[in-house]
Design a protein around this ligand. Structure first.
Ligand SMILES: Cc1cc2nc3c(=O)[nH]c(=O)nc-3n(C[C@H](O)[C@H](O)[C@H](O)COP(=O)(O)OP(=O)(O)OC[C@H]3O[C@@H](n4cnc5c(N)ncnc54)[C@H](O)[C@@H]3O)c2cc1C
Length: 503
């Protein structure tokens, strides 16, 4: 009898201890931020500075998201720009951007963001973020791109992680948010799940959604984007969780078909092997994006090759998302002996020479993204292009080059180049995005707007979860660095509003 009594007590204690260990975790805070990327980390630092308690939920084991990849951020009228006599300010930029987007974006939201941008560069500098320079990737472009130290936003993420820790903020990694908590139409928290499978409830006065859009979600890509084969560059984990949670809460979604993209990528080559200074094939992606001859998979010319890279991507959306850069031995020699005419995003400078073209080409031939042939006929057969179409395209290009007049797309004739000296080459490219850009409609305080046009109390969206910055195309050539600036400034502006209205 005594024995039974003891084992009962032990069993009871065991259940009690287990229940405690595996109990739901409940936190109470002022602000909960979903996503520890560029926008979320900025919101975290800004909230603590305003004296609010903050918890940041991050789905992945590491923090930073795509914020680790951004090279530079946008501002107009910053101290750096004023010092260097760069005559650009929010008023001029407002007109340019509204015209470019045909007044199909919200002018008040645009203005609130633009006006904040110079102060944010100053605020970032005051928070230990260093910029190397303010620049542009385009010949005669607007110098709006404030380059992070080392060319990578990871310096911002690292500095902000330390500041959040030092000032008592909490970042919970491997804790994806699953659902918004809504009471009487007001968003009052988030339910998440940690790595041990435990339910994590965070009750908060305000919720900021910053999960980085949906570039890693194949179903959403198929549903919303014009090209279902889109791959993504940058961080994994951006699967549209935030957008889906907000839609379930009644948010209106806008500009869901627009992605942040620039030119073509070497097909099948990992982002890390082609997209940073010194990457193994970085000069090959630069070669792929030179302004000479782009063809479709069939061999038709696709676009005025001198257009800004986001336009080149847009044009390829219209022909199936894949194609080729086609060139001849003379062009190859030009790149080896004189250099690449068009630089590539600060990772390859204008006029840099390609020293190891043949060895990269050999790799590309093995991997299926590069081709070399003694005739156009042979090149077409290797690549799958229609030989008659490719030969006609090349013949037309040669005729236009000789005539110094592009009768097809009216490209500046100085960029016309013949394709008439064997051997012939093709590099295969396809579309890859940095991010999606559509998301919840927001107002100037980054409050989420519902389908009836009203702000949803307690709910904010920033960065790539907030739509409304681009109407039907990414606009890099009029403003470089806007995506990260939208995220970072959204973090500051939403916190400013929360501090004034929810404390
Ligand atoms: C290669 C590359 C180069 C770029 N270069 C530039 C540039 O030079 N200039 C520029 O302006 N922009 C650039 N960008 C874009 C820039 O990185 C983004 O605009 C910016 O990071 C967006 O910030 P965000 O906070 O919206 O998303 P992110 O920084 O991507 O952060 C989102 C975070 O949310 C997390 N998350 C997702 N789902 C959940 C969930 N359910 N629960 C919790 N957490 C979740 C993700 O894991 C991620 O950490 C570049 C992007 C790439 C990929």
């Amino acid at each position: 009898m005594r024995k039974i009594g003891l084992s009962f007590v032990f069993t009871f204690l065991f259940i009690l201890v287990s229940a405690y260990a595996y109990a739901d975790k409940v936190y109470n805070t002022d602000v909960v931020v979903i996503g520890a990327g560029a926008g979320g980390m900025t919101a975290g630092v800004a909230a603590l500075e305003k004296g609010m308690k903050v918890i940041i939920l991050e789905k992945m084991p590491g923090i930073g998201g795509s914020g680790n990849y951004m090279e530079g951020t946008f501002a107009v009228g910053s101290d750096m720009q004023i010092r260097e006599n760069i005559g650009i300010n929010p008023e001029k930029q407002f007109k340019t951007v509204m015209n470019f987007h045909h007044w199909r974006i919200d002018p008040d939201v645009l203005n609130a963001w633009l006006k904040q941008t110079p102060y944010t560069i100053r605020w970032l500098e005051q928070h230990g973020i260093h910029f190397e320079k303010v620049t542009t990737a385009f010949i005669d472009g607007n110098r709006t791109w404030h380059m992070f130290e080392g060319g990578h936003g990871s310096s911002l993420i690292k500095a902000f992680a330390q500041q959040i820790k030092d000032n008592g903020g909490t970042i919970l990694t491997e804790t994806p948010a699953k659902q918004l908590i809504i009471k009487n139409g007001t968003v009052v928290g988030v339910i998440a799940e940690n790595a041990d499978g435990e339910k994590v409830t965070v009750n908060a006065k305000a919720v900021i959604v910053a999960t980085g859009g949906f570039p890693c979600n194949k179903e959403m890509i198929k549903k919303y984007l014009p090209y279902a084969g889109y791959q993504y560059a940058g961080a994994a984990g951006r699967e549209g969780d935030g957008i889906r949670m907000m839609e379930a809460a009644g948010a209106k979604l806008v500009n869901m078909n627009v992605v942040m993209q620039a030119g073509l990528w070497l097909q099948g080559v990992s982002t890390d092997q082609q997209f940073h200074r010194g990457a193994k094939y970085v000069k090959m992606i630069a070669a792929l994006n030179q302004p000479y001859l782009f063809t479709s998979l069939q061999g038709n010319r696709v676009v005025d090759e001198t257009q800004s890279l986001e336009y080149i991507s847009n044009a390829f959306e219209g022909v199936g998302g894949e194609g080729f850069a086609v060139f001849d031995e003379n062009t190859k020699k030009l790149w080896e002996n004189t250099g690449l005419i068009r630089g590539y995003f600060g990772v390859v400078e204008r006029m840099e020479k390609i020293e190891n073209f043949d060895s990269m080409l050999a790799d590309g031939i093995k991997q299926g993204w590069a081709f070399k042939a003694n005739s156009l006929n042979e090149l077409a057969k290797m690549t799958g292009m229609d030989p008659e179409v490719l030969k006609a395209t090349a013949a037309n290009m040669n005729k236009m080059t000789e005539a110094k007049y592009d009768s097809q797309f009216y490209k500046d004739p100085k960029w016309l180049r013949a394709v008439d000296k064997a051997p012939y080459y093709a590099l295969k490219g396809s579309l890859r995005m940095y991010s999606t850009t559509g998301g919840a409609k927001v107002n100037s305080n980054f409050q989420v707007i519902n389908t009836n046009g009203k702000a949803i109390p307690g709910l904010f969206a920033i960065g790539q979860d907030a739509g409304g910055l681009y109407s039907d195309s990414y606009d890099m050539h009029i403003a470089e660095g806007t995506a990260s600036s939208w995220a970072i400034n959204g973090g500051r502006l939403s916190i400013s509003y929360i501090a004034d209205n929810y404390k």
